[in-house]
Design a binder for this molecule. Sequence first.
Ligand code: KIV
Length: 278
Amino acid sequence: MKNTVITIQKQKENNNKITMLTAYDYCTAKLMDDVGIDCILVGDSLGMVMLGYDNTLPVTVDDMIHHTKAVTNGASNALIIADMPFMSYQTSVHDALINAGRLVKEGNAEALKLEGGKEVCPQVEAIAKASIPVMGHIGLTPQSLHKLGGYSVQGKEYKTAKKLIEDALALEKAGAFAILLECVPSDLAELITKTVTVPTIGIGAGPGCDGQVLVYQDMLSIYDGFKPKFVKQYAKIGDMMKKAFVEYINEVKSSGFPSDEHIFKIDKEIIDKLNEEM
Ligand code: KIV
């Protein structure tokens, strides 16, 4: 069954947890879709886990379009949400609309996500009014890395916690179909989840959210950069890949690969004749 923003919102009503993972390419998206993931986020985290940047700030709209197209080619049931990268929406409502349109028209995104609370509500409202579903993202917002002074838990004090609740309500009012909560205390995330009618998706926000998301390279232990406390490593795929690469290197060096089962044959007379001619 094809998931849409409507089916995702129904999941909150039915107390059916929403599953989301990031993906940035055709094969990974297809694997996730095959096993029934509800949503795939083409996150601007691709700047770090696919392109090797130190943070998400250099990611462009063209990068997002390129990877979103690949993901939509691989997934037929999951709802595909693409991130709006740094400076593609902060500059003005007009820029936000133009770039949102490009991500949908050129990238085939079915919904978008952008970071920020009340300050981006005019953009959220305009994008939603253009019939493009948009998800909010509050708490730790990696595009504000330099303002926040690092990747730390947000909303631990009364004032900052209250601001997150107000931001969530403002985003809902502006037309966000869901809100992602990153790195906020579990009890606060649960309170926000009870306060808004749209689904909340948590990452580092505890089990009280309506759904969860993880970056797939983190949960498979492929990314060797920083490992946040909230990441659960479901498999050690990085180690398995390294083992396979070593085996390949050794077999090529020792002429163990390719073996008979991996080669194409030619008639002996033809090769003998060619040999004679040389
Ligand atoms: O870019 C990203 O991958 C995100 C995470 C919060 C999942 O936004």
